[in-house]
Design a protein around this ligand. Structure first.
Ligand code: URA
Length: 216
């Protein structure tokens, strides 16, 4: 299931536009905050699909039957670019557990790359709702590898992926490899460069959020 949140106009498409804008990108704090706001909206949209229970809540004036989230999800992200989107999800799912994984593109001298996973810190995900944030779903290689890592640890009840921008090729790869996944994205782009960057995309989300790195 793919949900492109820009199909209907909302404030979210304004924030995706700011993420893409080379002028606005000079403001690193705004870049991170826009990712965070998109994470908040995606959290709200996902929450509508999650099970709830009714609990009687006492107000100063009486009792109210309130609908409450029945179970807390596990929010996972891929270091480092996923952190602002993850923070946005955590702002709304404020009682959730978090999981972190490091997955990065290890480039060879021939220009090709393989995905290297080196760090995983996660609660038990067995039977739980897993929401993975990955701001730029490009080839889908690191996301699929990440999900496979999690699946080696346990079987979640549901897997949701939150992305700011997803490329068609990555969506096809993800849904082919892990068909049960539900993808929530801020927008969908058609192209990838030879190096796996999304076109028009926005550039390198990790560098724009946290500054350039020396490792590639
Ligand atoms: N990661 C990014 O930060 N940008 C892309 O375009 C693809 C992957």
């Amino acid at each position: 299931m793919i949900i492109n949140l820009s199909e209907k106009h909302s404030l979210l498409s304004n924030w995706v536009s700011e993420l893409r804008d080379v002028e606005v990108q000079n403001d690193r704090m705004r870049f991170r905050r826009n990712l965070e706001r998109i994470g908040e909206i995606i959290a709200y949209e996902i929450s509508k699909s999650l099970p709830y229970e009714v609990k009687e809540t006492q107000t100063p004036l009486g009792a109210s039957d309130c609908k409450l989230l029945a179970e807390q999800p596990v929010l996972a992200t891929i270091l480092r670019a996923g952190l602002p989107l993850h923070q946005g999800l955590l702002n709304y799912f404020d009682k959730a557990d978090s999981a972190f994984i490091s997955a990065y593109r290890k480039h060879g001298s021939d220009g090709n790359f393989e995905i290297s996973v080196e760090y995983l810190s996660s609660p038990d995900i067995e039977g739980r709702t897993l929401i993975i944030s990955d701001p730029m779903l490009a080839t889908g290689a690191s996301l699929v590898k990440t999900i496979q890592f999690f699946l080696d640890e346990g079987k979640p009840k549901e897997i949701h992926v939150a992305a700011a921008i997803a490329a068609t090729e990555g969506i096809e790869y993800l849904t082919r490899e892990i068909p049960e996944v539900k993808l929530w994205c801020g927008d969908i782009d058609e192209e990838l460069t030879a190096k796996g960057y999304i076109v028009p995309g926005l550039g390198d989300a990790g560098d724009l959020a946290f500054g350039p790195k020396t490792q590639y």
